[in-house]
Each structure stands twice: as C-alpha cells, then as structure tokens.
Write a new protein. Sequence first.
Length: 245
Amino acid sequence: MSDAPYTPTDRRPLKSREQGVWKRCAAGLAKAGVSANSISVWGMLAGVAAGVVFSQTATAEAGGVGWRALWLAGAALVQVRLLCNMLDGMVALARGTASPVGELYNEIPDRVSDVATLVGLGYAAGSSPTLGWGAAVLAVFIAYLRAVGKGGGVAMAFHGPMAKPHRMFAVTLAALIVAVLPPAWTVPTEAPSTFAVWTWGVPRLALAVIIVGGLVTVERRLVFIASGLKSKASDASTEENRGDA
C-alpha cells in the first residue's frame, strides 16, 4: 500500500519545530530515507531505557559517580525521547507522506514510553512505586482523553499543565537536581512524613507534582471536549432545523 499525502492539521504546537537546526535535521533524515515510524520506535526505546536507568539508581551507591551518571543518563534519554517525538512528524512532513499505520506508531510508542519512564522513576532511589504507577496511569488517561476528543470530531486537546512535554520536563528537572546535589538533600533515606512534603525527596515530589497537575489536566480536557461535543450537537441541530424550514 502506498503512503498517503501528509497534510497534518492536529499537531501539538511546539516552537522548537521552527528552529532551523531541527528543520535541517528532519530534512536530512528524510533525504536519507529514514522513516517517521522508525524514529517513533527509537523514541520509545529511549523512553524505556530512561525508566530502566532510573530504576537502577536504587541499587547504586548514593552520591557515587555511577549513581550520578545514571540520573544524568536518564535525563538525557528522556530528552532523546522527546526529540524523536518531534522529529517523527517533521520527517513525515518533509517526505510528504504518512504511513497507513502512522497513527499507531504515533500513539503506542508514546504510551509505552510514558509508562516505562514514570514507573522507572517510581522505583528510583528515594522514590515511590505507588506514585510512579499512579503518574503512569494518569498519563495514559490524559492521552486517552485527547484521542476520545479527536474521535468525536473535537479539536485536539493538548491542554496542560501536565501534557507530555510538561511531564517529561518535570522528570528531567528532577533527575538533574538529584544528579548534582548531595543525596541527603534529594533522596532522604528515612520514611517521609505524609504531610511534611520537604521530607519526601525530589523523585517523590516530582511524581506528586505530575499527579496533581495531571488531575488538573484531566479536568481541563474534559471541559474542553464536552464543550466541543455540545457545540457540534448544537450546530447539527441548527442545520437540521434549517433543512426542515
């Protein structure tokens, strides 16, 4: 089956796409015959690797060179994942075609990456598996809402404050903070107090922020999608009444 012309109308708004360096990179990849789908897969692998690397910090010597290197590597892999997420669409646009299964490659690797990265952070040093799984479930649900809205004919709901780029920014920032500051400041070994958030440690706090922000994001997207569906129903009713007039 031949590829269809690619004319996207529902891409996530990213200012970085307009930067010359990424435009040249996308053009070079397209010219080299690299497919958008393969870039999506590489992004997924980076996301999964980030989660694995984060989880390994729990067994490394806190504060050691290897421990700090793991946190830095995790942060870098998260950014590689986001870069692939941006470049896959740019390459498809540069090639002027979209794969018949492009939507699957666009969505499924992202969901795998989200779960792997957030759960991996939950199993990291000074973190909480419960918060990791909670953040992962919420991330998948947020993406699900966007897909539901699109299926209902509503404009794509990319609302934050914890859309994918924001979640990954929070993860990256947390990893960098832990990598450069003393472990006693960022990953307390004692059990955290329920209400004293300063005892939670940076990884736990990052996941908690993602969860709280994710709940706000769910509410905003639900309101937006419901409003769009009601507007479509109202427009359809108006057109039907005009036809009966």
